[in-house]
Design a binder for this molecule. Sequence first.
Ligand code: 5GP
Ligand code: ZN
Length: 139
Amino acid sequence: MEDCIFCKIIRGEIPCFKIYEDDSVLAFADINPISDGHTLIIPKRHAQNIWEIPEQDLMAIHRASKKIASAIKRALNPAGIVVLQLNGRGVNQVVMHYHLHLMPRAQDGPELPVSCWELKKGDMDRIKEISEKISSEIS
Ligand code: 5GP
Ligand code: ZN
């Protein structure tokens, strides 16, 4: 895609700190890191989101995520790593080229806001009804 910022990174028109590359994916450091080691993994073929991305590219990204998460573990010995991926402007996806975030939390680092929420008991009837609605749409 001509105007896509991540496609420009893939084409080398915008620089990045490359962490990993193979035929299908590129991984590089996020320029606004939520924590040290914050890494983005993207497909080389442009797709906006989970609905658009071909399964093959999705698998390639997740294969790479295991490799890179292992490298982060060895390199930084974090307390843990959040794996996060946003789909749609309604959930604050900013760059409309599919990307998987790997966000390590340092041993003595602050809680990551994306991995910290209050647990409130749900309404079981509502959970059941919504689960059935979703599963009936699985093809
Ligand atoms: P999201 O779309 O999931 O909200 O996040 C987009 C992410 O891309 C942000 O974490 C942002 O810091 C990162 N980002 C945006 N533009 C660039 C860029 O030009 N280079 C790099 N390395 N990261 C970027
Ligand atoms: Zn793109």
